[in-house]
Design a protein around this ligand. Structure first.
Ligand SMILES: Cc1ncc(C[n+]2csc(CCO)c2C)c(N)n1
Length: 223
């Protein structure tokens, strides 16, 4: 198996803790408190703005126009498609964009995006891919599993659109290039450098897990 494809298994404990989080299963069976989802949605919107900037950092550090394009295509998809999913749910909640713009990131949200920005500033393209990879990979993995596990009750579930968006083939294909690109970038790295990449990846899987937990407990925002 290529280096990039082993990364999930090297983070498997926290990866599975993420999938088993009640936030996800309550979305799957449709019982998740909509106030909890609203908290997640608004926090995630601020998260996505910072996350999109990491792709801009990738484009700045990319060695050729192909890679630069790959980063900018995803950045565009985040701003136009993924955030549309959020804007549509906000619309259902009657939250306007102006109201949304008053939301400040929670402490944990800030910690996650600050970590990503720090990796992006100090690292190269391999480190940038490692830090963003779990966001896409866990979402695709969790959503496809939820879609299968709760297939009998998905129709009419308030969270159906969310689940189907992240479980789509189109979404899977959009980040397919992460695998081979990361492998190529890691080809001549030392054991020590590879270990550092694994740590960056695992940290993001940990951050993903705690993002669910933060949202589920609506923690911690005194701002
Ligand atoms: C906390 C958090 N982590 C991951 C995602 C999912 N996500 C963000 S951008 C993107 C597209 C390509 O990476 C995906 C799948 C999210 N919404 N919120």
């Amino acid at each position: 198996m290529s280096f990039s494809r082993t990364l999930k298994d090297k983070s498997i404990t926290v990866w599975e803790d993420g999938y088993n989080h009640p936030f996800l299963h309550e979305m799957g069976n449709g019982t998740l408190d909509q106030e909890v989802f609203k908290f997640y949605l608004l926090q995630d919107y601020t998260y996505l703005i910072e996350y999109a900037k990491i792709f801009a950092m990738g484009a700045v550090k990319a060695a050729d126009e192909k890679l630069m394009t790959n980063f900018t295509v995803i950045q565009h998809a985040i701003l136009y498609e993924e955030m549309d999913l959020h804007r549509n749910y906000m619309n259902e909640f009657g939250i306007t964009l102006d109201e949304n713009h008053t939301v400040k990131p929670s402490l944990f949200n800030k910690a996650y995006t600050s970590n990503m920005m720090s990796v992006a500033q100090t690292g190269g393209v391999a480190e940038i891919i490692a830090v963003i990879f779990p966001c896409a990979w866990t979402y695709y993995d969790y959503a496809t599993r939820l879609k299968e596990q709760y297939r009998d009750s998905l129709e009419g579930n308030f969270y159906q659109t969310w689940i189907e968006n992240y479980a789509s083939d189109e979404f899977r294909d959009s980040f397919e290039w992460f695998y081979d690109t990361l492998d190529a970038l890691c080809e001549h790295k030392t054991e020590q450098e590879l270990e550092a990449i694994e740590d960056i990846f695992r940290r993001s899987v940990e951050f993903e897990y705690l993002f669910w937990d933060m949202a589920y407990n609506r923690q911690l925002s005194y701002l």
